[in-house]
Design a protein around this ligand. Structure first.
Ligand code: VGL
Ligand code: ZN
Length: 213
């Protein structure tokens, strides 16, 4: 480049970082469960719009793909029917169809699964509060696979995706939220996006990973 020539407009350090997934990158698919989809007990507006986007992401060469699931006991503390502190209608009760992953989001056979909010008296919006069926925490699974960067997508952007992305930063991971592969509960998602950016989370779209998506 000619010395003194202007740098490219709109080019920031973040954008210069390669966003092409590789072996040290994980895709974390947050709570794409029937109860968070239209018709479900706690439907996220347009939640189903992310399904085709996620279907384009899963074939990319991530080192690891993990799904998280809200997996609540029938009288969970977060249910308005169970406790005065409960904020939500009953949803994602362990083992029910509502807690199952969306049938039209096919994930590769070697995808790992973590479950959260499994104790009656505790909730966790963050997937980092979850563990696999053997009780191995999400953080341990990522470490075991040598993951240093995590891409997040799923539901809901302003609750479980946000909490998981903030915990990923706290765990020292490069953290990218794929905004077109998320939907939120609030009408205005600006506060959630601002909190993410402030914590050093990179916001981009699936287009930035695979230009032909
Ligand atoms: C969620 C509310 C209650 C989420 C889970 O997955 O974002 N939101 N439980
Ligand atoms: Zn929940």
């Amino acid at each position: 480049m000619i010395s003194g020539s202007p740098s490219l407009p709109h080019t920031t350090p973040h954008h210069r970082m390669s966003l092409t997934p590789g072996p040290a990158d994980a895709l974390l698919i947050i709570d794409v469960q029937n109860d968070f989809l239209p018709g479900g007990a706690l439907a996220v507006p347009e939640g189903d719009a992310i399904l085709p986007v996620i279907r384009q992401l899963t074939p990319l060469p991530f080192g690891l793909i993990i799904t998280s699931q809200d997996w609540h006991p029938a009288q969970h503390v977060s249910f308005e029917t169970a406790t005065p502190a409960g904020l939500w209608p009953p949803h994602c009760v362990a083992g029910t169809q509502g807690a199952a992953l969306a049938a039209d989001m096919t994930v590769p056979a070697d995808t790992l699964a973590v479950f959260k909010g499994t104790q009656t008296d505790q909730d966790s919006y963050s997937a980092f509060g979850g563990a696999d069926a053997q009780g191995v925490s999400l953080a341990a699974l990522l470490q075991r696979h040598g993951i240093n960067r995590i891409f997040l997508c799923g539901l809901a952007l302003d609750y479980c995706v946000q909490a998981s992305a903030l915990d990923a930063r706290k765990a020292g991971l490069e953290t990218v939220v794929l905004t077109d592969a998320c939907r939120g509960i609030a009408h205005d998602l600006t506060p959630a996006l601002t909190a993410l950016r402030t914590a050093g989370v990179i916001l981009c779209t699936s287009q930035d990973l695979a230009p032909d998506i």
